[in-house]
Design a protein. Sequence first.
Length: 103
Amino acid sequence: MYVYEYTPSKYPNYPEPKLITLNEQDKKLAEQFANISNLKVGFQKIDFLKLENDELILLEIEDNSPHMNLEKLNRIFRKDILNEYKKNIYGFFFKIRIILLLQ
């Protein structure tokens, strides 16, 4: 739902990440990797390295990521993401409840 650009640093005081917009090709690549894990609920973090020729190289996929930096998003966008997350979680638990009731 959102992307940050990080500037590497050898020092512990890393520069602030910059919110960026992906092009359609980058979005499709990220979605392909997101679909591999088949994560049904929660946040997923997919890290890429962008080369000077704009090619993306996959670094890692995290299906359980505590480092989402939501506090750096603007208030409205953060609220939209959290509302979508809550809807996702409640929907998942509703499905589980139905399955358990049918057993």
